[in-house]
Design a protein around this ligand. Structure first.
Ligand SMILES: CC(C)(COP(=O)(O)OP(=O)(O)OC[C@H]1O[C@@H](n2cnc3c(N)ncnc32)[C@H](O)[C@@H]1OP(=O)(O)O)[C@@H](O)C(=O)NCCC(=O)NCCS
Length: 371
């Protein structure tokens, strides 16, 4: 009987950091400008005045204090309000592949794995870089990996779903070692002129090596996986290759990320708490014996609420549910793996839960044990 491990992980984020003060100052200047340009229409009631954002609201509602982004200047420029990126070009590496390679090298080093050991590459992300060729194949080519590679999309659960696929491929005998990469370059898809959304996302990428019988010091045995999906429009993007040919033409802003944040909060917290609790129960594991809950980083209050529901008490050491969201913002599907990578100094035999959840809705929870 073989074990399958997360043998090592690596993370990457852009260097440019944006504080709440900076993002709110830029947003508020945009609002002042908008209100002044539209002064007459606002007075006659034909246009609604925009309201200021605030640092206090952002910290209280989300727990976010800063985020790392691929282009701070473009995002803070009130005449642009979005990062400056280049179109994909056949002669250069895509932005997703570049981020993926940075994280992959670190994961391989931690897992003590060489390129020649890797049989496959799986890229899981919330936002497809393009339709084809797969970014995973681009990364496979760049690293010189033999075997196969593919991309997959499961919203904010893409990271754990991709680890789950790697586990299944290894368990079925297709591969022994798989490189999983989760690039989340979200800021080009955020409407920075929208008060409910302008503060939420940062950019980042993680990679993990999933391997049969790893001997790496940092490795965690995967004990169990549980997946669940339930259709919801509460987190949605309508951006698609169909847009070009659509007869009901919509402006880009209407096609970007949008969410009913309160609806998500109310529906997803009980769903995730119940899923993890029942998974632990069916594995005969007392929640009190879980040393870390590495949860999806969408909102600090959500993380606390889910953890307290699972433990049956509000009274727990906050370190049990790490919150990189504070520094990195919401990293879409890769937040849970950032939490894992930055806080996994467990002793042999100690257990933890990695769980990402979000658009779909989709949830994938993985119970791991330190080797
Ligand atoms: C997005 C989120 C942080 C917003 O928090 P919230 O408390 O639900 O905030 P709401 O949008 O309902 O707004 C609450 C109030 O703050 C105000 N507000 C919203 N954005 C604001 C801002 N940037 N600054 C100041 N006030 C703001 C609203 O106008 C509203 O005022 P009202 O009560 O007078 O109507 C929160 O809902 C969330 O994180 N939800 C889960 C998201 C999630 O899991 N997403 C997954 C995607 S990966």
């Amino acid at each position: 009987m073989h074990n399958i491990h997360i043998a090592g992980t690596g993370i990457w984020h852009p260097e440019q950091k944006v504080s709440n003060e900076e993002i709110v100052n830029s947003y508020n200047s945009y609002v002042d400008n908008y209100n002044s340009v539209n002064e007459d229409s606002i007075k006659d009631g034909s246009v609604a005045a925009m309201e200021h954002s605030s640092v206090e609201f952002i910290e209280k509602a989300s727990g976010i204090q800063s985020r790392y982004v691929i282009d701070k200047e473009g995002i803070l420029d009130i005449n642009r309000m979005m990062p400056r990126v280049h179109n994909e070009h056949e002669d250069r590496l895509s932005i997703h592949a570049k981020a993926g390679l940075e994280a992959a090298v670190k994961a391989m080093e931690q897992a003590n794995v060489r390129v020649s050991d890797i049989d496959a590459v799986i890229v899981g992300t919330s936002h497809a870089a393009r339709n084809y060729p797969a970014v995973a194949i681009e990364i496979q080519n760049e690293l010189g990996i033999k075997g196969y590679a593919y991309d997959m999309l499961v919203g904010c659960s893409s990271t754990t779903f991709a680890i789950n696929n790697a586990f299944s491929d290894i368990a079925s005998g297709l591969a022994n070692t798989i490189l999983v990469i989760n690039p989340e370059i979200s800021t080009p898809f955020v409407n920075f002129t929208h008060r409910d959304k302008h503060f939420i996302f940062g950019d980042g990428c993680a990679a993990s090596i999933i391997q049969k019988d790893s001997t790496s010091e940092k490795s965690f045995k995967i004990l169990d996986r549980k997946l669940y999906t339930q259709f919801s429009n509460n987190i949605r993007s309508n951006y698609s290759y169909l847009n070009r040919a659509a007869v009901d033409n919509k402006p880009n802003d209407e096609l970007l990320f949008h969410q009913n944040g309160r609806g998500v909060f109310k529906e997803v917290c009980p769903l995730v708490a119940e899923l993890i609790s029942s998974q632990l129960k069916s594995n005969d594991i007392d929640p009190k014996n879980i040393s870390k809950f590495w949860l999806h980083q969408a909102n600090g209050k959500m993380i606390r609420l889910i953890t307290s529901k699972i433990l049956g008490t509000d009274d727990f050491n906050p370190e049990i549910a790490p919150m990189p969201i504070k520094e990195y913002g919401n990293l879409a599907s890769v937040g849970s793996l950032f939490a894992f990578n930055l806080n996994n100094d467990l002793n042999s035999g100690q257990k933890g839960v990695i769980c990402s959840f979000g658009a779909g809705y989709s949830v994938c929870s993985i119970i791991v044990e330190k080797n």
